[in-house]
Write a protein that binds this ligand. Structure first.
Ligand SMILES: O=C(O)C[C@@](O)(CF)CCOP(=O)(O)OP(=O)(O)O
Length: 323
């Protein structure tokens, strides 16, 4: 019986940036993220023996074969596990502000993993769901859980999966600054591949991650927003530094990204507990206290329009929706 499944997006505080194995999406390092309430994807899968191919309807639009690639990777694994060959109709709705240009592959592929396995009558554990989502997109492995989540890199398909480490029910939140002129990005998949293959800074990045991970887990346990924020900001800057040394060099930062980073530094000097992180795009995420979110949003409005600033709080793991 096909049901709608909801998964929320997550933002990494210790970044996944590079694969040990491309086919099985085994990462070079452990990563750690916070699942958020503001952005999520609902997905429903219907296997149908009369279909001649997999079909993806995303936000009401039929998608082409390129968009279907990651989806069919997950559907093929489910068909194999369930021992049938039917194609599927996949319906997905992204609850991501349209203007955002926010990549929703993490929530999208996590929701798909849940919906496809349920539609095939597989009763997968959360760990198996995390492994399945990982085959679609690495960061999707973390969206199976809510709160703070660590993706254990493992060494193969069986040992690489995420697990929850803290339910984040303390004074932490995130403001998304959606910058305007979002230029054509290098996809995260292509960006990390080029960086691993050509950047002389990559090994230096990798060498510091175990310490960052140890430090941030201690800081989360202490519920210290300042320590968590400082480690996350430093980690993001190191990740983005690697791209400048790639061949050809590239960056996800635009002038507005730099303005947003500068604004965060200024607010920090004024005494706010604010830090930033960035992913494979120009948008800037501000790590802050939920209790200070409205004051910080107001302060950021002297740099950006109100509709460019979106509040998010820690969010839940994957959920089957009652139809
Ligand atoms: O989320 C993070 O840890 C950091 C990033 O967002 C930084 F940009 C990368 C996410 O990469 P993803 O889209 O999962 O790649 P895939 O496995 O090639 O599909």
């Amino acid at each position: 019986m096909s049901k709608w499944v909801r998964a929320h997006t997550n933002i990494a505080l210790i970044k996944y940036w590079g694969k040990e194995n491309e086919e099985f999406i085994i990462p070079k390092n452990n990563s750690l993220s916070l699942t958020l309430d503001a952005f999520y994807t609902d997905s429903k899968v219907t296997f149908d023996s009369s279909l001649k191919e997999d079909q993806l309807i995303l936000d009401g639009e039929k998608q082409d074969s390129i968009a279907l690639k990651k989806v069919s990777t997950i559907l093929d694994i489910v068909r194999d596990k369930a021992d049938f060959t039917d194609f599927a109709l996949v319906e997905s709705i992204n609850y991501v502000p349209t203007a955002a240009g926010l990549a929703s592959s993490a929530s999208g592929l996590a929701a798909l993993a849940g919906a496809a396995s349920a539609a095939a009558g597989l009763n997968l554990s959360s760990k198996e769901l995390s492994r399945l989502a990982r085959r679609g997109s690495g960061s999707a492995s973390r969206s199976i859980y809510g709160g703070f989540v660590e993706w254990e890199k493992g060494t193969n398909d069986e040992t690489s999966f995420a697990h929850p480490i803290d339910n984040a029910d303390w004074d932490i939140g995130m403001l998304f600054i959606i910058v305007k002129q979002a230029k054509k990005d290098v996809s995260s998949r292509d960006g990390m591949q080029r960086t691993v293959a050509t950047s002389p800074f990559y090994d230096g990045w990798l060498a510091t991650l175990d310490q960052d991970l140890t430090d941030i887990k201690i800081s989360i346990a202490e519920q210290s927003i300042n320590k968590v924020g400082a480690i996350a900001e430093r980690n993001a800057l190191k990740m983005h530094a690697t791209t400048l040394g790639a061949q050809p060099p590239f960056t996800y930062w635009t002038a507005d990204s730099m303005l947003a980073m500068e604004a965060v530094r200024t607010l920090r000097k004024e005494g706010y507990s604010v830090y930033f992180t960035m992913d494979a795009g120009p948008n800037v995420k501000v790590i802050c206290k939920q209790s200070e979110m409205s004051k910080i949003k107001k302060a950021l409005m002297s740099y950006f329009d109100e509709e460019q600033i979106i509040s998010a709080k820690p969010g839940p793991g994957i959920q089957v929706l009652e139809n």
